[in-house]
Design a protein around this ligand. Structure first.
Ligand SMILES: Cc1cc2nc3c(=O)[nH]c(=O)nc-3n(C[C@H](O)[C@H](O)[C@H](O)COP(=O)(O)OP(=O)(O)OC[C@H]3O[C@@H](n4cnc5c(N)ncnc54)[C@H](O)[C@@H]3O)c2cc1C
Length: 450
């Protein structure tokens, strides 16, 4: 089979690669591109499109507007085209429903000629001329496709993560949050449900089940090993850390400083949205008027194991780490909102040795390109490299900025301006001193102890 040849192949069509596809199309460059997605259509975290949930970002951070507000692929143009502009005008909200973000992205994907669905990438290898050979198949029909690419942009997202000690009982009644809506109807028939985890997904699932509890009558519990059911910090000055300037500052930190730094920044991106937190509390409060709260919530509690019991129940062994106390907890359904991780995709196996460092990780440079060991083709990665780029790697409002950087790097000139400086606070001493008339850098002096 003669392979079709492309300047850029995008693997996966989630929001991040969709933004790239749209910006490349808008730029009008003669880049030959193709984006490949294994699903039959764009469908964003479909089992978490819980009614009533909102995007955590402003619509102004859509797929394209931060770098090109005049783009035909903007959210506002979507509204205009769908004849919904004035409804949105009167809606007066910045955070749009998640369902609507999904519709908007699908609309963009349907307008782009470079997107192909039903194409699961199965291998990436190196061809004789040094370019990548990308093989894909239609998951339904088995039909095979082959492409040649000078550049690949990985946009395969992250994968549901369940700790090893909890994975043994995964099945119909013990499942990851990413399957919630498919399993919700069965869940409602249980006599007890336990949600594990404390991020936004666990809170949305807990709230959804709390609202249905009166009708279905189950016991509902929520356990997390985190210190509390904390909110993500939504304040404006903190949100300035979700800017290109902060990403640049973070990237410039020495690796020994930035490594592990994200683990201390949970409240910047991992907590519960204040709106969801308030909705949970207020629902509980209203229930409490009639003393009708059949709910348990406990933080600082790690679930150490899950064992099957008789009559379709599961027994959780739990450890409250602050008091250092153990207890058993039984439940018919257990929902594990234990997060996502980013393993190196198996389809990269033929070239993996040239891509990963001694720890088996990608080393990702400022332009989101993987530093390779002798490959001629260039590989860029979306939604990875937190150790280098910080907690913002998956942030949707920054996706157009990251993609502008990638496009400029592939083309070798400035197609989109990525100039920064659009913020009030400084990140780093150099920036502060440069912008402050009253400050001056002083050199560090090494003191002798003699
Ligand atoms: C429920 C949920 C809500 C979130 N809400 C927000 C939010 O409001 N704001 C925010 O900033 N962030 C949010 N995030 C974090 C992040 O922005 C999202 O996870 C986002 O979807 C990441 O986009 P992506 O394009 O990297 O990956 P994904 O959206 O996961 O898309 C990856 C795509 O790649 C495809 N794929 C995988 N392997 C292959 C293959 N071999 N061949 C072809 N295709 C393949 C998958 O089918 C998928 O469609 C949320 C995350 C979750 C889980």
């Amino acid at each position: 089979m003669a392979a079709d040849s492309f300047d850029v192949i995008g693997v996966g069509i989630g929001p991040l690669n969709l933004s790239l596809a749209a910006l490349i199309d808008d730029a009008g460059r003669r880049l030959k591109t193709r984006f490949l997605e294994r699903d039959t259509e764009f469908d964003w975290h479909r089992d978490m499109l819980i009614p009533g949930t909102d995007l955590q970002n402003s619509f102004t951070g859509d797929l394209v507007s931060p770098v090109d507000p005049t783009s035909q692929y903007s959210f506002l143009n979507y509204l205009k085209t769908k004849d919904r502009y004035w409804e949105f005008f009167n809606y007066e909200q910045f955070n749009i429903p998640r369902k609507e973000y999904n519709e908007y992205c699908r609309w963009v994907s349907e307008r782009l000629e470079n997107c192909r669905f039903d194409r699961e990438v199965t291998t990436v290898s190196e061809g004789d001329d040094g370019a990548f050979i990308v093989r894909a198949r239609n998951p339904e029909t088995g039909e095979r496709h082959e492409y040649r690419a000078d550049n690949i942009v990985l946009g395969v997202g992250s994968r549901p993560y369940v700790p090893d000690e909890l994975s043994g009982k995964l099945g119909e009644d013990v499942f990851h949050s990413s399957q919630f809506l498919s399993r919700r109807a069965d869940c409602l028939e249980a006599d007890s449900i336990t949600v594990v985890g404390s991020g936004q997904s666990s809170a949305e699932i807990f709230l959804s089940l709390l609202r249905a509890q009166e009708e279905h009558g189950y016991r509902l519990d929520w356990l997390t090993r985190s210190d509390g059911f904390y909110p993500v910090d939504p304040s404006k000055l903190t949100r300035e850390l979700r800017t290109p300037d902060y990403m640049d500052y973070f990237y410039d930190l020495p690796r020994e400083v930035s490594d592990g730094r994200v683990a201390q920044q949970d409240l910047l991106y991992k907590g519960i949205s204040p709106g969801t937190s308030a909705a949970i509390f207020d629902t509980l409060y209203r229930r409490s008027i009639r003393n009708d709260v059949d709910v348990g919530m406990l933080s600082k509690t790690a679930v150490q194991s899950i064992e099957s019991q008789s009559k379709g129940r599961y027994r959780l062994r739990c450890h409250q780490w602050e008091e250092d106390r153990l207890f058993r907890h039984d439940s018919e359904v257990v929902i594990l909102a234990t997060g996502y991780h980013r393993p190196v995709p198996s389809f990269l196996e033929p070239v993996e040795d040239a891509l990963v460092d001694a720890d088996g990780r990608f080393s990702i440079d400022r332009d989101f390109e993987v530093e390779t060991n002798g490959l001629a083709g260039r590989l860029f990665v979306q939604n990875d490299g937190m150790d280098a780029h910080g907690f913002n790697v998956a942030d949707l409002s920054l996706c157009s900025h990251r993609n502008a950087v990638i496009i400029n790097s592939i083309v070798g000139e400035e197609v989109y301006s990525v100039e920064n400086g659009s913020r009030f606070q400084s990140f780093g001493v150099e920036q502060f001193v440069e912008e402050s008339p009253n400050s001056e850098l002083i050199e560090k002096v090494a003191f002798s102890t003699d």
